[in-house]
Design a protein around this ligand. Structure first.
Ligand code: HEC
Ligand code: HEC
Ligand code: HEC
Ligand code: HEC
Ligand code: HEC
Ligand code: HEC
Ligand code: HEC
Ligand code: HEC
Ligand code: HEC
Length: 432
């Protein structure tokens, strides 16, 4: 009980301390005097750009301002004495060095106690992660061409990451990373490829995000991390892709490929699908055909080769049966027959085909056969229903033909009867 009280007192004192820190950081909050803003605005041109930019800035909305980053005294300098305002003795740092920017941002963003006053669920790991990234590591070694916080977030106009106008909002990230990574001149000293943006933009993922607006599709940071940006490394690619393709990833990890690929330093999913230029896969990628990727690594006669052939046969067989059943059911449907049950079965068979294409990643013939078998059962049922509908149609058509004949006979009889009556009582016109 007592220790809890002491803990609470401590917490109170500590958070009080943080509150003082906050106010010492931004004394302009006490009253609305801010010489930095007023004088810079008056100066116009480039000196006013940060002020107008800050009007859109997430920090500005929280009452943070120039002095939060640059230091100085915003209450001095109202009389035009810029040196009194921009006084190093008052913490003024001028334009921060590029290499010092992450620390500058981290003085708040890495302080949980401070940050939680604004947002209880805020994360404060950006700087720690950044230091592990290729960017952060190189910056520590003096390479200032790498990305620092402001290259990805901007400065004087930093927006919330969830804001659609933010430079780190998913569709905008391609351009943000591409500023450097697609500029071969800027990157020429590194011997690293600069085709990622180009390849990504034409991939299934790029098209889904950039053309269809599907925010479930990954962009650069989903595979490389926001702050820990680095290539994932061969043995962890399945985890990266598995964030979204969980089934493929689990099947792959349990398959014989996982261990074999890791031993040979083959980059898992990437070894078959690529990374930036991932395309829609086709059935031709399996089997022993020219476009099969299995035969790149498995020779004729090996278990891998045999498996590839069997799997392909299973898939083709199901696909063929679905195609046939579908045509049959469509004919019956066009003729006006009731085939909704068969159509449901075909939908489920399609799902079994899609599932089988995922199960390929297990490399298990048994698992594939189980899944295609399910599909084949459904297709057989639909085919049967299709034939039955057509039989029924035939039956009805026969019935129709017979009734047409009967009706025709009846009509003829009627016609003859009328003729006969006409003869007996000839029609008299007026005046006759
Ligand atoms: C009375 C006018 C005035 C006031 C007040 C003022 N500035 Fe400036 N500021 C200037 C002028 C003029 C320059 C450009 C010339 C220079 O660097 O001395 C400048 C330059 C700067 C620069 C760029 C420095 C560089 O090395 O190029 C920063 C950063 C800056 N000011 C921040 C601040 C901050 C923060 C405050 C408030 C604490 C502030 N200023 C208050 C007029 C002012
Ligand atoms: C969130 C931190 C932050 C805030 C808030 C901030 N700045 Fe800056 N400012 C920076 C950084 C970082 C740079 C260095 C930019 C670079 O290297 O390109 C900078 C650069 C500058 C420069 C140099 C020229 C330029 O545009 O790059 C001026 C002038 C300046 N700031 C003035 C201001 C003024 C005036 C305010 C308030 C209206 C302000 N800043 C608010 C971080 C901040
Ligand atoms: C290589 C680009 C890049 C760099 C460098 C970078 N960020 Fe980020 N940052 C991002 C992306 C991308 C997001 C989030 C996007 C999302 O939520 O989908 C993000 C999100 C954030 C967020 C929102 C909360 C969160 O963690 O998701 C904060 C705060 C942040 N960054 C601060 C920083 C700070 C501070 C630095 C420097 C130490 C930094 N960033 C460096 C790209 C970067
Ligand atoms: C004086 C403290 C302080 C400094 C310095 C500072 N920030 Fe912030 N920043 C905050 C606070 C407080 C928030 C609001 C957090 C929230 O609401 O989640 C914030 C929010 C942000 C956000 C939006 C977070 C989100 O959830 O999307 C980004 C991005 C960001 N800051 C980047 C930077 C960068 C980059 C720098 C360095 C140039 C920087 N900050 C410097 C205090 C600071
Ligand atoms: C300001 C320029 C700049 C920006 C913006 C930038 N980077 Fe980088 N990045 C670099 C430089 C320079 C390197 C070092 C090149 C190297 O190590 O091969 C690098 C390295 C990398 C690497 C390691 C490459 C390797 O194999 O060594 C990855 C991954 C990476 N960046 C991803 C990203 C992502 C993702 C984004 C956007 C969220 C981004 N970068 C934004 C400049 C930038
Ligand atoms: C679907 C996941 C994914 C997406 C999206 C993605 N990458 Fe990659 N990226 C990878 C993988 C996997 C590697 C290879 C890593 C390895 O082999 O260790 C890689 C490698 C890289 C490299 C190292 C050089 C190279 O080309 O091998 C850079 C730089 C890079 N990516 C930047 C980007 C940028 C910029 C974007 C956005 C336009 C992006 N990546 C989008 C997965 C992705
Ligand atoms: C952030 C989630 C996410 C990550 C991470 C991701 N993907 Fe995707 N992927 C998707 C989405 C969403 C689609 C569907 C795009 C579309 O066609 O509309 C997709 C489509 C695909 C397709 C095409 C499927 C088809 O039937 O056409 C393949 C292949 C693929 N991803 C492989 C990968 C690989 C390999 C990786 C890792 C290097 C990866 N994905 C990482 C979300 C993700
Ligand atoms: C040995 C090569 C190989 C590896 C390794 C591999 N795939 Fe595939 N993947 C294929 C083939 C072949 C197909 C095409 C199946 C078809 O259409 O018949 C495919 C299809 C896909 C599809 C589309 C079908 C579906 O399941 O929706 C996705 C998504 C996919 N793979 C993701 C992954 C992911 C994620 C990984 C890593 C965990 C991975 N693949 C590893 C060969 C591979
Ligand atoms: C990048 C090379 C590569 C590709 C592509 C590849 N494999 Fe493999 N596969 C291997 C390696 C390496 C092993 C482990 C050594 C071995 O048994 O041959 C293996 C093992 C196997 C095994 C287990 C063999 C056993 O003896 O138990 C099967 C089954 C298999 N692969 C099927 C496939 C199928 C099907 C495809 C096409 C979808 C495929 N592989 C594509 C490299 C590859």
């Amino acid at each position: 009980m007592k220790s809890k009280k002491i803990f609470l007192i401590n917490l109170f004192v500590l958070s009080g301390g943080w509150f003082c820190f906050l106010f010492s950081q931004s004394p302009e909050q006490a009253d609305n005097v801010n010489s930095c803003v007023s004088c810079h605005l008056e100066m116009g041109d480039e000196l006013a750009v940060p002020v107008t930019g800050m009007e859109q800035d997430v920090h500005d909305r929280l009452g943070l301002s120039c002095v939060s980053c640059h230091g100085g005294d915003p209450k001095a300098g109202l009389d035009g004495d810029l040196e009194a305002a921009m006084d190093p003795a008052k913490g003024y740092i001028g334009i921060p060095e590029r290499s010092a920017i992450p620390q500058l941002c981290a003085k708040c963003h890495s302080e949980p106690n401070y940050m939680r006053q604004f947002n209880p669920r805020v994360s404060t790991d950006q700087f720690a992660r950044y230091k592990t990234s290729v960017h952060g590591q190189r910056l520590q070694r003096g390479d200032t061409k790498v990305a620092t916080c402001i290259d990805c977030h901007g400065v004087h106009g930093i927006r919330n990451a969830k804001d659609a106008r933010s430079s780190v909002y998913p569709p905008n990230i391609v351009k943000t990373c591409g500023k450097c990574h697609a500029d071969s001149e800027y990157m020429k000293d590194y011997g690293v490829a600069t085709d990622q943006v180009e390849l990504y933009s034409t991939s299934v993922h790029g098209k889904a995000l950039l053309e269809k607006g599907d925010q479930g599709a990954p962009v650069c940071n989903d595979c490389h991390g926001n702050h820990g940006a680095s290539p994932p490394g061969a043995p962890s690619v399945a985890f990266v892709c598995g964030q979204c393709h969980l089934n493929n990833s689990e099947l792959f990890i349990k398959s014989p490929h996982k261990m074999a690929f890791d031993d040979m330093d083959l980059p898992e999913c990437e070894a078959c699908h690529g990374n930036h230029a991932i395309e829609h896969p086709t059935d031709e990628m399996i089997g022993a055909g020219e476009q099969s990727m299995c035969i790149d690594c498995h020779e004729d006669g090996s278990k891998g080769f045999e498996t590839a052939v069997t799997i392909r046969r299973e898939i083709d067989s199901l696909k063929g049966k679905i195609h046939f059943a579908d045509s049959l059911v469509s004919v019956a449907e066009r003729a006006g027959m009731q085939v909704s049950e068969a159509k449901f079965q075909l939908n489920d068979a399609d799902d079994a085909l899609i599932k089988s294409r995922t199960i390929i990643h297990s490399l298990s013939v048994d698992q594939i056969k189980e899944s295609t078998g399910e599909g084949i059962k459904l297709t057989d049922a639909a085919t049967k229903a299709g034939w039955e509908a057509l039989d029924e149609l035939q039956f009805r058509r026969k019935g129709l033909a017979i009734s047409i004949i009967l009706i025709s006979i009846l009509a003829l009889g009627l016609y003859l009867k009328i003729k006969e009556i006409d003869k007996k009582y000839p029609f008299k016109t007026e005046g006759e």
